[in-house]
Design a protein around this ligand. Structure first.
Ligand code: SF4
Ligand code: SF4
Length: 273
């Protein structure tokens, strides 16, 4: 998490990333899987079922940018092809210190729920976000929408570790999503005991959200899980070799935890699993 603390100013001020920035374009891409692991199977967060969203969202954002005559300033060849009438841009999908969720809220895509996720009306929160910072100016800009969490507190009650310590307040150091993916050390026993059959990420605060009743399956082919992944048994997960891991997660975001991270999580599965 140190990279976040080190880039606070850039996160708050996009013109430190792109001095010519005048607009922020935000997109949301549905990843809600049509087929989901049964509750009695070893669990992965839904976003990790398919190919790495960084690659999928980024390649589509690049196409969108090109269609608007925006070139990414990190690609010199793009600048050369774009010509003098093109606009400067920076394509961001979780790889540049930009507050994607904040800009998604500012742009009226959805509201930030008490679980800290962006929630889109009548669609839910199973979405990846992508941003293009650009020097292109528009005549009209979208504005934020209302928050529809109301009196609901399902997510605070469902969080197994108390990471959602108050509405809109997430303590990442207690969050199973952080502890099972980004964290490189051992998982503290008190939190490991709350993992159940979850070995990569945690969706509890989203699965309980009433707005996710509106989620519809993604049509993005790259997010469809492989047959092998969907039919893995607890026994097979326990025997997972590094070679199996590389084959199963080729091009997947699960690579972020590395084999050793996933192995650590699998080794914490309850015996009855
Ligand atoms: S992902 Fe899981 S552990 Fe993290 S805040 Fe949500 S429910 Fe809590
Ligand atoms: S579960 Fe309820 S409180 Fe939490 S984000 Fe969803 S609507 Fe808001």
């Amino acid at each position: 998490m140190a990279y976040m603390a080190g880039n606070v100013e850039k996160r708050l001020n996009p013109s430190l990333l792109l001095p010519s920035a005048r607009s922020v374009i935000v997109v949301a891409m549905n990843y809600y899987p049509e087929k989901r692991l049964r509750d009695d199977q070893v669990q992965f967060a839904y976003y990790a079922y398919g190919k790495d969203y960084h690659d999928v969202v980024r390649s589509r954002l690049m196409k969108l940018a090109a269609s608007l005559s925006i070139y990414d300033i990190r690609h010199r060849e793009g600048a050369a092809c774009a010509g003098s009438s093109a606009y400067e841009g920076l394509v961001c999908c979780d790889t540049v210190p930009v507050l994607e969720r904040y800009w998604a809220w500012r742009s009226g895509i959805g509201w930030i729920g008490k679980n800290s996720s962006l929630i889109i009306p009548h669609a839910g929160s199973y979405f990846f976000l992508g941003v293009i910072l650009t020097s292109l100016e528009f005549t009209e800009y979208d504005v934020p929408i209302s928050n529809y969490c109301g009196n609901c507190e399902n997510c605070l009650k469902a969080c197994p570790t108390g990471a959602l310590c108050a509405p809109y307040s997430l303590d990442a150091s207690k969050c199973l999503s952080y502890l099972t993916i980004e964290n490189r050390g051992p998982i503290p026993p008190a939190y490991a005991a709350k993992m159940g059959n979850m070995v990569y990420g945690c969706d509890q605060c989203q699965r309980c959200c009433p707005h996710n009743r509106f989620a519809t399956p993604t049509e993005v082919e790259e997010f469809t899980p492989s047959e092998e992944f969907m039919t893995m048994t607890a026994e097979k997960w326990r025997c997972l070799s590094e070679e199996d891991y590389r084959r199963l997660f080729s091009g997947s975001a699960v690579k972020r935890a590395k084999y050793t991270g996933l192995r650590r999580n699998i080794d914490l599965l309850p015996e009855e699993q």
